[in-house]
Structure formats: structure tokens, C-alpha cells
Design a protein around this ligand. Structure first.
Ligand SMILES: Nc1ncnc2c1ncn2[C@@H]1O[C@H](COP(=O)(O)OP(=O)(O)OP(=O)(O)O)[C@@H](O)[C@H]1O
Ligand SMILES: [Mg+2]
Length: 158
């Protein structure tokens, strides 16, 4: 199943990220899609809060990957500055994607062909200044269950 939700503020997007953090398992891959300023980092900040990361999470501007320690390690990729998918090979990305932490990827479209088959696609679209349409599209079985759970949690919220 797909699942779509509208958030009305950065706080709501962070809270959604926090809810997602309750459902993730080490080894999961969350692939984020959305224009500049859509709210990918904001969502990831919510996940990090939920996983009790102490560092302040931002879009890494000169590094392509940041690693944070939380209840599980988080590997935060921001591929905005990546020109070619091959550049990510030099980073030893497989260590992360198939590692023991949670991988979150901003601008995942840049490495579409390298993404493991099992991943959760999270698409963020501008609706207006403060509203975002956030869609979850599961790739692979693991995330079907995940989205059923998330749906339950979010319905319970309103
Ligand atoms: N509902 C909302 N959800 C998330 N962010 C929102 C929302 N409404 C307004 N904003 C604002 O939009 C901006 C989102 O910025 P953020 O850095 O998270 O975007 P991004 O998708 O990571 O961009 P980039 O591609 O540059 O890394 C913030 O300034 C935030 O305050
Ligand atoms: Mg960002």
C-alpha cells in the first residue's frame, strides 16, 4: 500500500519523522525525493530526534555523508552535489547501505540504480508555504507492514 499525508508545519513533518523512527530497523533504507527546501532534512531531523541523536542534523554541505550515533547508527547521505552516480562508489556506499545502521538518502534519484531493491521511497511535495504532501511508496515487502503500522499511528493522531 502507498500512504500519503499532508503536514502543515515543519513541526508536523518532524513529528512524522519521529513516528517513522519508531518503526525503522537497522539496515533499513529510506530514499527521499523532493525539491530544494521541500523538507527532507526536516523529516530526517525528526527521525534523529526519535532515535535520540545528540548532534544537530543539517544537510551536509561539503560532505556527502554524515554519520550520527543514536539508538541505531544513522547514515545520512545528501547527494545534491553528486554529479554522477559512480562518484558514490568511491565512498564505499555499500558498507553503509548493507551495514548495521539506518540509511537515509536525500536526492535519492541520483543513485536510483544503486538503491537496494528493498527501500522506502518518501516523496515530499510543496503544497503551499507551510504545507507539504508526503507520500510513502514501499519498494519490497518489508515496507508494506511498515506502512500499515504508520497508517495506524497517524490515524490515531487526529
Ligand atoms: N510542512 C513543512 N514541513 C517541512 N518543512 C517546512 C514545512 N513548512 C515550511 N517548511 C520549511 O521548509 C524548509 C525545509 O527545509 P529542509 O532543509 O528540510 O529542505 P530539504 O528538502 O532538505 O532541502 P535541500 O534539498 O536543500 O537539502 C524549512 O525552512 C522549513 O522551515
Ligand atoms: Mg536537505
Amino acid at each position: 500500500m502507498d500512504f500519503t499525508i499532508i503536514t502543515k508545519s515543519p513541526e508536523e513533518t518532524k513529528n512524522l519523522g519521529k513516528d517513522v523512527s519508531k518503526l525503522v530497523k537497522p539496515g533499513d533504507i529510506l530514499a527521499f525525493y523532493g525539491e530544494l527546501g521541500a523538507g527532507k532534512t526536516c523529516f530526517i531531523q525528526g527521525i534523529s530526534l526519535g532515535l535520540e541523536v545528540q548532534d544537530y542534523v543539517t544537510s551536509p554541505s561539503f560532505t556527502i555523508i554524515n554519520e550520527y550515533q543514536g539508538k541505531v547508527p544513522i547514515y545520512h547521505f545528501d547527494l545534491f552535489r553528486l554529479d554522477k552516480a559512480e562518484e558514490i562508489l568511491e565512498l564505499g556506499y555499500e558498507e553503509y547501505f548493507y551495514g548495521k545502521g539506518l540509511t537515509v538518502i536525500e536526492w535519492a534519484e541520483k543513485i536510483e540504480q544503486l538503491l537496494p531493491k528493498e527501500n522506502l521511497k518518501i516523496e515530499i511535495k510543496f503544497k503551499d508555504r507551510y504545507q507539504r504532501t508526503i507520500s510513502f511508496i514501499p519498494q519490497g515487502d518489508r515496507f508494506n507492514k511498515f506502512l500499515e503500522e504508520l497508517n495506524r499511528i497517524e490515524n490515531f493522531r487526529d
